[in-house]
Design a protein around this ligand. Structure first.
Ligand SMILES: C[S@@+](CC[C@H](N)C(=O)[O-])C[C@H]1O[C@@H](n2cnc3c(N)ncnc32)[C@H](O)[C@@H]1O
Length: 308
């Protein structure tokens, strides 16, 4: 337990610093930050944002403490099975947003990436691994039941009942046109049960953000196939995923630590997967746009289903 604790502290502290440094110093990051004085870090995103350095360190400390307590109570192993993901995320559900929707995600450009990618969703939409529903507020809903200027129905799928329950609460508090239909589905997105459940070529758009990293290589490849099956021809598959950084130092650091980070508090999420190559291995799925955030630690992909 002591070794686990020390390893968690080391990994989480260095990981937090690496994330911070990647945003701070890398000119290719979406977020560009300059030091004004000791306490003020001025970060330019699409719209200018000033972050107080105390707030940044406060967030990092909070995130580390939160992840540490999670690490002590839950220790998912690398490429956790769907069953393990379900029980782990059930336990994370009520506190998930504290870590994954804080100012760090703003600094890294995750919020901006979510707004950009989710804004492209149209028509009948399936979101897999919806979690607590951090994308929900970013959807644009259609102006009428048949209009294709936004989302006409939203099917939210997750393997964790606890996470789905949190997403349900968010939907209940949202102001959504009455004609937009919501469905909540408890299912495994890596299994062919997903295609059986919905049928082939059912959705105009299929969305995933940060779920493939939990599924491991085999699970992620299988999930992409299911997503490809259920999306219509010419329909879109929209992804934001953790990836190996394009900065070689950070990439090396990820290679050395991602397995342990996934095990100790990373919620089973392996951060250095090569998602682009997974997409390229998926028949009839073509990347039409890719953007990198925070030195490539996160990438968004817009993919189109082509005729098989
Ligand atoms: C890191 S969270 C991401 C949640 C959300 N998409 C977001 O962007 O915040 C990963 C989510 O994937 C779900 N998940 C993991 N394995 C899954 C599987 N095999 N099928 C469906 N959902 C899965 C987890 O329960 C969890 O809600």
């Amino acid at each position: 337990m002591i070794i686990k604790l020390l390893a968690s502290i080391l990994i989480l502290c260095t990981q937090s610093v690496a994330l911070l440094v990647s945003v701070w110093y890398n000119p290719r990051s979406v977020a560009r930050c300059t030091k004004q004085n000791y306490f003020t870090l001025s970060c330019s995103f699409n719209s200018p944002t000033n972050l107080d350095r105390r707030e940044v360190f406060h967030s990092i400390t909070n995130a580390s403490i939160y992840a540490l307590t999670s690490a002590i109570s839950i220790t998912p192993s690398l490429a956790i099975s769907p069953e393990e993901a379900a029980s782990s995320y059930d336990k994370f559900a009520s506190t998930y947003d504290n870590l994954d929707d804080g100012s760090i995600s703003g600094m890294l450009g995750i919020n901006e990436a979510r707004i950009k990618i989710i804004g492209l969703a149209k028509g009948r939409v399936l979101e897999i691994g919806v979690g607590t529903g951090l994308n929900l507020e970013k959807y644009t809903f259609a102006s009428s039941p048949l209009a294709m200027d936004g989302v006409t129905s939203l099917t939210l799928l997750d393997i964790s009942v606890g996470m789905l329950a949190e997403a349900k609460k968010k939907v209940a508090s949202m102001n959504v046109p009455k004609y937009v239909k919501f469905d909540f589905i408890h299912a495994d997105a890596t299994s062919s049960e997903m295609t059986d459940l919905f049928g082939k070529e059912t959705f105009d758009t299929v969305v995933d953000t940060f779920s493939l990293c939990v599924m491991g290589r085999v699970g992620a490849l299988s999930c992409l196939q299911q997503m490809r099956n259920v999306v219509k021809d010419e329909g879109k598959v929209l992804l934001i995923e953790n990836a190996k950084s394009s900065n070689s130092l950070i990439g090396l650091y990820q290679d050395l630590t991602s397995e342990k980070a996934a095990e100790f508090g990373g919620k089973g999420c392996v951060s250095n997967q090569d998602v682009r190559s997974f997409i390229m291995q998926t028949v009839a799925l073509e990347i039409v746009n890719e953007e990198e955030y925070a030195s490539g630690l996160f990438r968004s992909f817009v993919c189109v289903k082509t005729n098989e």
